[in-house]
Design a protein around this ligand. Structure first.
Ligand code: ARG
Length: 464
C-alpha cells in the first residue's frame, strides 16, 4: 500500500496486527523468528491451557465449545511435535511465535483459530512461554550440575589421600589434599544450586490471564490455568505478572552466573595445575587442542573458553538487569531484548557444565609432582603449632619459626595432612554428606520435572 507524500513508506507489509514498513518490521522483529523457535513447544502448551480456561467460562454464546477445545488441543499437540522435531517455521510477517501459532491454527482449523487469542496478549503469552521453558531448562541444569558435583566427589574420593599443596596468593601455604580441593568445588556447586532452585521457584508462577498486564473483563480462572500447566500458583497481581518479565530472566541469569563463577575458578585451577611447571593434573590429550604451528602443543582451550564464557554470562545478567532497571511499569518492547540474553546464558551454562563433567571424569593426577610441591615452608604453620602444643604462646612460636625458616625440615606430606582431622581438617574430606546433598537436589529436580510432564500430558490428552 503506497502512502501519499511519504517516500519512505512506499512499501508496507501486512501482518496479523497491522500494516508496517518492512524496515520497521524487520528492526522490531529482530531475532525473534529464530529465537522464538525455542519457545514454540511451550507456546503450544500455554495456548492449550488458555483455550481450556476459555472453554470453562460460563458465557453465552461460548467463546470456544468443548469439541473445539479438543480440536485445537490436537492441533497444538501436533504443532508441538513439529516444533520439537525442528520443523516449525516463523515467517517475518508473523513477527513472533505467538502470531505464527495463531496463523497456523487458523489455517488448519479455520474460524476457531481466530478465537484462541480471546482474553490474552502476547505479553502474558511470552511471559508464560519463558517460565515453562525455564522450568524445563533449570531442571535439566540441576540434573547436569549434580552430575558434575557427583563426578567431582568421585574424583575426591579416588584421591582422598593424595597430598596437594594448599596455596594463598598462589604461593605455597599449607598441606592440603586433592580430595579436599575437588570436594570443595562440589560443595561450591551445591551451594550455587541453591540459587538455581530459588530461580526455579521464582519462575514457577503463572502469568497467563494477566493479558497485556491489566487483566480482561472475562472471569478467567487463572488458578485453573496455572494448575493445568503444573505451576505452583498464578501471579496474584496482573500488573506484577507483566512487570516480572525481564526480572525473571535476570534472576535466572544471576543464578547461572554463580554456577559459571565456580566453573571458571575450577578452570583456572586446572589450567594452572596442568601446566608442565606444576604437573599436578594431566588432561588427556583428546580433551586438549593442538596448534597449527607448534607440533608439541596440547592446549586447555575448553577451560579457557569456560573462563571467557563466564564473563559473557555475567554480562548477559548485567544487560538483562540493565534493560529492566529504568523501565516504566507495564510492557515495553525493551523486554524483547532480554530473551536472547536469557536463552544464550542458559545454553552457555548448560554446555559448560556438561563439558566440565567430561573433563573431570577424565582428569589424571601425577602423585610424584603433587608430593614434590611440598617445600619446607609449607610446614611452617604446622611447626609453629607443634611449639604451641609444647606450651609456647602462638605469636612467640610464629616469631621463632619465622626467624629459623632455613632450619625447617620437610615433613612427610602424607603424615602432615593426615594430622589435620575434624571439621577444619584436610584428612577427613567427608564426601558422604555432600553425596547425600547431591542426591537430594537431583531427586527434587527429577520430581518437579516429572510432575510438570504429567501435567502437560494431561493437558494435551496424551496417554503415557
Ligand atoms: N516478541 C515480543 C516480545 O518478546 C512479544 C510481545 C509483543 N508485545 C507487544 N505488545 N508488542 O516481547
Amino acid at each position: 500500500m503506497a502512502m501519499k507524500g511519504m517516500s519512505m513508506a512506499k512499501q508496507t507489509t501486512t501482518t496479523l496486527v497491522g500494516t508496517i514498513h518492512p524496515d520497521v518490521l524487520a528492526f522490531t522483529v529482530g531475532q525473534d523468528p529464530i529465537l522464538d523457535l525455542e519457545l514454540a513447544e511451550w507456546d503450544c502448551l500455554g495456548t492449550a491451557a488458555h483455550v481450556a480456561t476459555l472453554a470453562r467460562l460460563r458465557v453465552r454464546p461460548a467463546i470456544i465449545r468443548p469439541d473445539e477445545v479438543r480440536q485445537v488441543t490436537r492441533a497444538l499437540a501436533e504443532l508441538r511435535e513439529e516444533a520439537r522435531a525442528g520443523r516449525f517455521v516463523i515467517e517475518t510477517a508473523d513477527q513472533d511465535v505467538h502470531l505464527a501459532i495463531e496463523r497456523l491454527l487458523t489455517t488448519r482449523l479455520g474460524d476457531v483459530g481466530r478465537r484462541v487469542h480471546t482474553g490474552r496478549s502476547r505479553n502474558d503469552q511470552v511471559a508464560v512461554d519463558i517460565r515453562l521453558h525455564a522450568r524445563e531448562q533449570l531442571s535439566e541444569l540441576l540434573r547436569e550440575t549434580t552430575g558434575l558435583a557427583e563426578a567431582l566427589l568421585r574424583f575426591a574420593r579416588r584421591h582422598e589421600r593424595l597430598p596437594m599443596v594448599g596455596r594463598t596468593h598462589l604461593q605455597p601455604a599449607m598441606p592440603s589434599s586433592v580430595g579436599l580441593w575437588a570436594a570443595g568445588y562440589a560443595e561450591a556447586l551445591l551451594d550455587d544450586l541453591l540459587t538455581v532452585e530459588a530461580a526455579y521457584a521464582y519462575a514457577d508462577r503463572c502469568p497467563l490471564g494477566s493479558a497485556a498486564g491489566y487483566g480482561v473483563p472475562l472471569p478467567l480462572d487463572r488458578a485453573y490455568t496455572a494448575k493445568v500447566l503444573g505451576f505452583a500458583a498464578p501471579h496474584q497481581n496482573v500488573i506484577y505478572a507483566s512487570n516480572a518479565r525481564g526480572k525473571c530472566e535476570s534472576i535466572i541469569l544471576s543464578a547461572l552466573g554463580q554456577v559459571m563463577l565456580t566453573l571458571s575458578r575450577l578452570s583456572e585451577d586446572l589450567i594452572l595445575y596442568s601446566m608442565p611447571e606444576f604437573g599436578y593434573f594431566v588432561l588427556p590429550p583428546e580433551l586438549c587442542t593442538g596448534s597449527s604451528i607448534m607440533p608439541q602443543k596440547y592446549n586447555p582451550d575448553v577451560l579457557e573458553l569456560i573462563r571467557a564464557k563466564t564473563a559473557c554470562v555475567l554480562g548477559q545478567g548485567a544487560a538483562a538487569a540493565g534493560i529492566v532497571k529504568g523501565l516504566a511499569g507495564g510492557y515495553n518492547r525493551d523486554l524483547q531484548e532480554t530473551k536472547a540474553l536469557y536463552l544464550e546464558g542458559l545454553r552457555t551454562t548448560r554446555a559448560s557444565v556438561r563439558i566440565m563433567q567430561l573433563l573431570t571424569t577424565s582428569l589424571a593426577v601425577n602423585p610424584a609432582r603433587l608430593r614434590a610441591g611440598f617445600t619446607p615452608g609449607v610446614f611452617a604453620t604446622d611447626r609453629a603449632l607443634q611449639l604451641v602444643a609444647g606450651g609456647m604462646p602462638f605469636r612467640d612460636a610464629y616469631q621463632h619459626v619465622r626467624s629459623h625458616l632455613d632450619e625447617l625440615e620437610t615433613m612427610d606430606p602424607d603424615v602432615a595432612w593426615a594430622a589435620k582431622t575434624g571439621a577444619c581438617g584436610t584428612a577427613d574430606v567427608a564426601v558422604a554428606p555432600l553425596r547425600r546433598r547431591v542426591a537430594e537436589v537431583a531427586q527434587r529436580a527429577r520430581r518437579r520435572q516429572q510432575a510438570t510432564h504429567r501435567a502437560f500430558a494431561r493437558l494435551l490428552g496424551v496417554r503415557r
